[in-house]
Structure formats: C-alpha cells, structure tokens
Design a binder for this molecule. Structure first.
Ligand SMILES: *Cc1c(COP(=O)(O)O)cnc(C)c1O
Length: 384
C-alpha cells in the first residue's frame, strides 16, 4: 500500500498546512533588522484576538513548557504560597515547576477525567486567601477535559488578590478566551497544537497587572526573564536572543489563515470535530473518559473496557498509518487519545473513525464497519 501518507492525530504535534510550510521556507532574515521587526510586530499583534489579549503576545523560542516555566519563574519568589489546580498531567507539571522555583504549592487535586468546578475552587481558596497566584489548565490534554476558566477566574478574583495564570497550550486557537473579561493575568500557549505550527515556539500573553509583578519580582532567571522580552519588543520589536525566525514566519501565515476562516468559524469547526468524534466513538460502543459537557473540542480520550487501548493504538499505526496518542502517567495503557485541533477538517475525522472501525472489527471481532462514520456524517450534515 502507498504508505507515504501518514495521518497524524496526536494532541500535539499536529499537521502543518502546506502554505505554512512554504512560509517557513522563505530566505533567512536577521533578527536585528527591519524585516524581522515588522514580522514580529505583525505576529504579536495578530495573535492578540486569538489570545483574547489587550496586549501584544510575547514569542519565546522553546516548547510550550518554556512558557509555563516563564509564567512561574517571573512571578514566584521563595516561599510564595500558590494554588495549582491539578486536573491531570499538565496541571501536575505546572505544580512541579512552581515548586522548582521555591513556591509553597497547594494542589487542588481533581480526579482525572473531571473538571475543576467553581465551587471546588471556591471552597479551596477560602483556606488559601493569601496565595499569590492561582494556576489552571484550560484544556487538560492528558484527559481531554476543558476547565471552566471564565468561572474559575471569577472565583479567584472574588476571594483573593492572586494572579490568575492559565495554561492554554492545547486549545488556544480553537476555543474562545477573553483575558480581561475572564480575569486571566497570564495566558500561555505553544506552537504545535491548535496553532498548526511545528514544535519550537511558545507564546505568553501578559496583562498590565502581571507585567508590574514581573518587573518587581526578584527571582533569578535569565533566558526566560520576561522583562528582557518586553524591553526588546518595546525598543526594537525584536527578541532578546536569537529566535526561531522561520517558525515565526510560519506563525504569521497561521494568523492569516485564522483571519481568513474567521476566529469564530474556527471555534465552531472545532465544536463540530468534537461532536463528530464523540458520536462516532459512541456508535462503536467504546466508553468516553469525559462527559460531553466537560469535553474539550481539541482532544478526545477513549477508555476501552477491556484494556485494549494500546492494541488499538498499535493496530491503527501498523495497519493504517494513523498515529494517535496513548494515556499519560496514571492513565498509561488505560486510554487512547485522538487529537483533532488546528489543521483538521471533518474529512480527517472520517479517516480516523474509518481506521477505528476496521481496527475494532479486527481486534474484537465486532463488525462495526460504517457505523462510526455514518454517525459522524450525520452530525456533519446537520451542521452544513
Ligand atoms: C503540550 C502541552 C504543554 C507543553 O508541552 P511541550 O511539550 O513543552 O510543548 C503544556 N501544557 C499542556 C496542557 C499541553 O497540552
């Protein structure tokens, strides 16, 4: 079979549009010249609506975790009490980063597969009114929940004076967000998820309140000192250190693509992809880890009853060149995850569901051919 076509359905990295690849192949430019200044300013300002930010979005060269680290390193001082909402592996990573920078971390631990409700946060914060920051994950990629960030932000500001810091790595560019209205002070994301780029860039949107805290924060940091990024951007629309210029050129093309489709339409498309995947999986009688109401539009976790998650994943890869993801940490071997964000169309969803139908037929001996795709097509038809 012609196997040069690989179908990538991991929740990062994600497929790259052809025109973004072309944009990344432009001749190299120096990052201290006028051409780069113009490029960076365009990217930083065109990302503002995508991040729901009133300020230009800073661009870091590093994976998404570099922006998580920057968010912590620039506001935490030794022994600062902070609250981290842990709904899965990425919430846990945020907590570990905070501990690394000397914070006293209070984890609000939620069972994996569930969201943190505003009530849960409220009860927890009553015991931690003096915390300096509350860290939350918008889409928890390890389980596929979408936390109610707007409501969590409102609770945070009602009870504390803490900064509200959000990891939006696996959903920004696919979901609504409004930093001012939702009380978000710092919002971070990465390039290789819904933003349709290769890995290697991180983005961080900072409001004026957080910026003041960053200026006065005495913690040690160098490469990720955001003050250097603000200074460089304000002075010459550049970055303090050599950036991944080609990826930034790609990021501008991504901004154009989102503008052309319309951000609202992009968000709607992800809702459609989510519903198609979920209805298709239900038609296969495979249990979903997360309820419809709390599920992310960017990634879907499936928990086969017989513990066959890894076998399904392997068969999809070996027989059909479809790459999906397994479970992380405590869900390892328990679930498989389908990423459907960024450069992903309804037809792509039919591909992965087709592979799943044939895989389930092979592994479980249940003839489910056509069942998931039929359901997904019905969902799509209703939408068009
Ligand atoms: C992917 C991801 C990250 C960052 O991961 P990197 O591998 O450093 O890019 C952080 N948080 C969430 C929620 C993610 O999905």
């Amino acid at each position: 079979m012609l196997l040069n076509q690989q179908y990538l359905f991991t929740p990062g990295p994600t497929p790259i549009p052809e025109r973004v690849k072309l944009a990344m192949n432009q001749p190299m430019i120096g990052h201290r010249g006028q051409a780069f200044a113009q490029l960076l300013e365009e990217v930083s300002t065109r990302l503002m609506p995508i991040f729901g930010s009133k300020d230009p979005v800073l661009v870091l060269t590093g994976s998404g975790t570099s922006a998580l680290e920057a968010a912590a390193a620039n506001i935490i001082e030794e022994n600062d009490p902070v609250v981290v909402i842990v709904t899965g592996a990425f919430g846990e990573r945020f907590a570990t980063i905070c501990e690394t920078f000397g914070a006293t971390v209070y984890r609000l631990t939620i069972p994996w597969g569930e969201i943190c409700t505003p009530d849960q946060l409220e009860n927890f914060l009553h015991a931690h009114k003096d915390c300096k920051a509350v860290f939350a994950t918008y889409c928890e990629t390890s389980t596929g929940v979408l936390n109610p960030i707007k409501e969590l932000g409102a609770v945070t500001k009602r009870i504390t004076d803490a900064l509200f810091i959000v990891d939006g790595v696996s959903c920004i560019g696919a979901v609504p967000v409004d930093m001012a209205a939702w009380n978000i002070d710092i919002l971070v994301s990465g390039s290789q998820k819904a933003l349709m780029l290769p890995p290697g860039l991180a983005f961080i949107a900072v409001n004026h309140i957080a910026r003041e805290r960053i200026q006065s924060c005495s913690s040690k940091r160098f490469y990720l000192d955001l003050n250097r990024y603000f200074a460089s951007y304000d002075k010459e629309k550049s970055t303090p250190f050599t950036p991944a210029v080609s990826l930034i050129a790609g990021a501008l093309e991504v901004c154009y693509m989102i503008e052309e489709e319309g951000l609202e339409q992009v968000i709607q498309r992800h809702q459609l992809l989510k519903t198609m995947v979920r209805e298709g999986i239900k038609a296969l009688e495979l249990p979903l880890l997360v309820s419809d109401e709390h599920a992310s539009p960017t990634v879907t976790s499936v928990k086969p009853l017989n513990g066959k998650a890894n076998q399904i994943k392997k068969t999809l890869q070996d027989k059909y060149s479809i790459t999906i993801a397994g479970g992380q940490k405590k869900l390892k071997g328990e679930i498989f995850r389908i990423g459907h964000m960024g450069y992903c169309t309804p037809f792509d969803i039919l591909k992965v569901l087709t592979g799943l139908e044939m895989t389930i037929h092979t592994i479980e001996g249940r003839n489910v051919l056509g069942q998931a795709t039929k359901k997904a097509e019905e969902v799509w038809r209703e939408y068009v």
